[in-house]
Design a binder for this molecule. Structure first.
Ligand code: FES
Length: 284
């Protein structure tokens, strides 16, 4: 499986279909607020992995009931719940998928294809159960569960091996040494300007001064490591935010909360203090 998925990552033959589907997704899910909602911006956490818990839980429970006598009715209800709830989960997944890097989109396409087949099998299972053909419904249900399990395996590869929609900047904290690090002389730190500094020589942070308050934030964008220090500061919903120059994710400068996707994760703010006129920071 590992070798196969590595081949899928490199399969440029998938790009034509992927590019076409990406255009359809982006033109269909046009309102930014809808896309942000589906990315999980309001949660500060990607929404798709949370949403798939409902269909997966319902379908696994239905499979258990299918192995027990006299449980046709609750099994049918669970297959129906799983099938209906899989649709919004799939839409949230497609929205995340459209903002991935190319190699991630290739694997995501196979993940989506497996889950679409699984969903179709479950829709067939539901139809069979509702028309009284419970044997067929059970068989289609088990086939559906096998297929979505394959889809889940591929989704695991996408998230944990390829890092799709996981926070790309947080590993910077694991490289930062303990103790306070000096960053800048307050007397020369300009107001309302993004400044980039290094901690421990190679961990990039951005500084933003507003009056006597200074925000220190990791520079690598949590979405795909874009350089926030090269971004713009914009006022969004009444808050000063830094907007990533790569795909437009925006983070509040007074807290790090994501206010605009495709990032579904907040950005890490670091504690600060001023010692003898020098701004310092440390691990949270
Ligand atoms: S890297 Fe994609 S929004 Fe920043």
């Amino acid at each position: 499986m590992r070798a196969l998925l590595t081949k899928v990552e490199q399969a440029s033959s998938l790009d034509r279909t992927g590019d076409r589907l990406q255009r359809v997704v982006l033109s269909t899910l046009r309102p930014r607020r809808l896309r942000d909602l589906l990315h999980g911006v309001t949660l500060g956490h990607p929404l798709h992995p949370a949403m798939v818990q409902v269909p997966v839980g319902a379908w696994i429970s239905a499979a258990v009931l299918d192995l027990m006598p006299g449980q046709r009715r609750p099994a049918t209800v669970l297959v129906g719940l799983g099938t209906v709830s899989a649709v919004p989960a799939a839409i949230a997944g497609l929205n995340d998928w459209a903002a991935l890097a190319r190699d991630q989109r290739r694997v995501g396409l196979v993940h989506a294809a497996a889950n679409t087949v699984g969903l179709t099998l479950y829709a067939g299972s539901l139809a069979a159960r509702l028309s009284g053909r419970h044997g067929v419904g059970r068989a289609l249900g088990f086939l559906g569960l096998s297929t979505v399990s394959l889809g889940a395996y591929i989704g695991g590869h996408l998230a944990y091996k390829q890092g799709a929609q996981v926070n790309q900047s947080i590993s910077e904290l694991h490289r930062m040494t303990d103790g306070w690090h000096s960053l800048a002389d307050m007397a020369t730190l300009p107001q309302r300007t993004l400044i980039t500094r290094e901690v421990d020589d190679d961990i990039s942070v951005i500084l933003y001064r507003h009056g006597d308050e200074v925000t220190v934030m990791l520079e690598r964008c949590p979405h795909q490591s874009g350089p926030l220090g090269e971004g713009e500061v914009q006022e969004i919903d009444g808050h000063a935010c830094v907007v990533c120059p790569w795909h437009g994710s925006a983070f509040r400068l007074n807290g790090g909360e994501v206010v605009q996707g495709p990032s579904g994760n907040d950005q890490q703010i670091l504690p600060t203090r001023i010692q003898n006129g020098v701004l310092q920071t440390r691990l949270p």
